[in-house]
Design a protein around this ligand. Structure first.
Ligand SMILES: Nc1ncnc2c1ncn2[C@@H]1O[C@H](COP(=O)(O)OP(=O)(O)OP(=O)(O)O)[C@@H](O)[C@H]1O
Length: 241
């Protein structure tokens, strides 16, 4: 599946730089996330991972260079258009779940649709709710759920719009290994069984090993890539950087 006639990439970055005053957080990064791929982003603290994710997902604008979602140059969009594009075509999963505490699980999952005034596809909702194991919890408030369950709700919310790409920023950092494995399996299934594209920022070699490839950042640049990663290979590559 491609998102426009002429690109195999869900998102592509061309010579993207981002500076904060004197600090260059990203330096001329070019990269493409192939549609239907699962990519992990790794790198030491301060290497630019968050900045990369924010620029690639349209949460922030690069200082230089361009970012395309399918055929759309996000830099050319006005703020309101960019907000709508993010809501309708991109899914987000954050370390802290970011659920609305006063809303039920169901309302949290369907929030990207209701914010955009779109109707809920009940069949699709039922499918993703079952996939994330929350069918019996739709009326619950997030506070009644464990961290792992809350993150699974966040994954369902990220998938409810059938986004072209999902960005997950350290989604398992606060979870025990079993809950983390459950969330990572869901992201893997989003790629393998739902045809989505997933980008995962992580510090954890075990989490990165769920991806098809690992991109290593260092000093605001892409310094290496590892395909078909195992946790051991990720660790070895990390040690050699
Ligand atoms: N809003 C900001 N204002 C000023 N400097 C920033 C800002 N955001 C990031 N930086 C700087 O840009 C560089 C890259 O930061 P970034 O947060 O992208 O790295 P990271 O790899 O995600 O780090 P971590 O693993 O610690 O989250 C760092 O030197 C950081 O201090």
């Amino acid at each position: 599946m491609t998102t426009s006639g002429d690109t195999p990439y869900a998102v592509s970055l061309d010579q993207v730089s981002k500076s904060y005053g004197e600090v260059t957080a990203l330096e001329q990064v070019s990269w493409g996330f192939r549609t239907g791929s699962f990519t992990a982003i790794m790198g030491p603290s301060g290497s630019g991972k968050s900045t990369f994710l924010h620029c690639a997902s349209g949460l922030d604008r690069p200082t230089n260079g361009s970012v395309r979602l399918g055929g759309v140059d996000m830099g050319r969009l006005r703020e309101a258009e960019l907000t709508r594009l993010r809501r309708e075509r991109i899914g987000f999963v954050f370390q802290g779940y970011n659920l609305m505490p006063s809303m039920s699980v169901e309302r949290n999952i369907t929030l990207p649709l209701s914010l955009g005034g779109r109707k809920v596809d009940r069949q699709w909702l039922t499918e993703i709710v079952h996939r994330v194991g929350m069918a019996g919890r739709l009326g619950h408030l997030p506070a009644r759920l464990s961290g792992g369950q809350q993150q699974r709700v966040a994954v369902a919310r990220a998938l409810v719009t059938r986004p072209e790409i999902v960005f997950a920023d350290e989604p398992t950092a606060a979870l025990d290994p079993r809950s983390a494995g459950h969330v990572l399996k869901l992201l893997r299934e989003a790629v393998d069984e739902m045809g989505r594209t997933v980008v995962l920022v992580t510090h954890d070699p075990v989490a990165a090993a769920w991806a098809d490839s690992v991109v290593f950042l260092g000093g605001g640049r892409i310094v290496d890539e590892l395909t078909a990663p195992s946790a051991e290979a990720v660790l070895a590559r990390w040690d050699s950087l």
